[in-house]
Design a protein around this ligand. Sequence first.
Ligand code: CA2
Length: 144
Amino acid sequence: MNVLILNGPNLNMLGTREPEIYGYETLHDIEQRCTAKGATLGLTVDCKQSNHEGQLIEWIQQAISNTDALIINAGAYTHTSIAIHDALKIFSGYKIELHISNPHLRESFRHVSYVSKAVDAVVVGLGASAYLACLETLPEILAS
Ligand code: CA2
């Protein structure tokens, strides 16, 4: 089973600023842990990050043909991007929206998610370990 983990704008800054919100782990560390965890679960995990909306859409489109599940933290595009929403609707595999923080406890502009309307599950507020928690759920979900 192939899993794609997509991270959007500014998430390449994880571990360098605002640790009280996003923790101390870098994206590189998180991605390494995800790849290793995936291997123990029989999942091939590919991790990508971009600050560009169009690049994220390209990767979602490419995943259509070869990916079983997608975990996406679209960053601030979550709250603005109908284009990412539309791309996710086309991807027919299992889709999880993930946020490290809980956007519902933050500014009101973070309370709307265009991503939520196009995914199977939403995980918020668990911190960076949410990526690993999502991976752990996937073997059972993909087998059913
Ligand atoms: O909680 C999340 O995972 C978010 O997707 C993070 C986005 C934010 O716009 C969403 O509302 C919720 C922002 C990512 C910015 O990441 C940074 C990491 C370190 C330092 C500064 C920003």
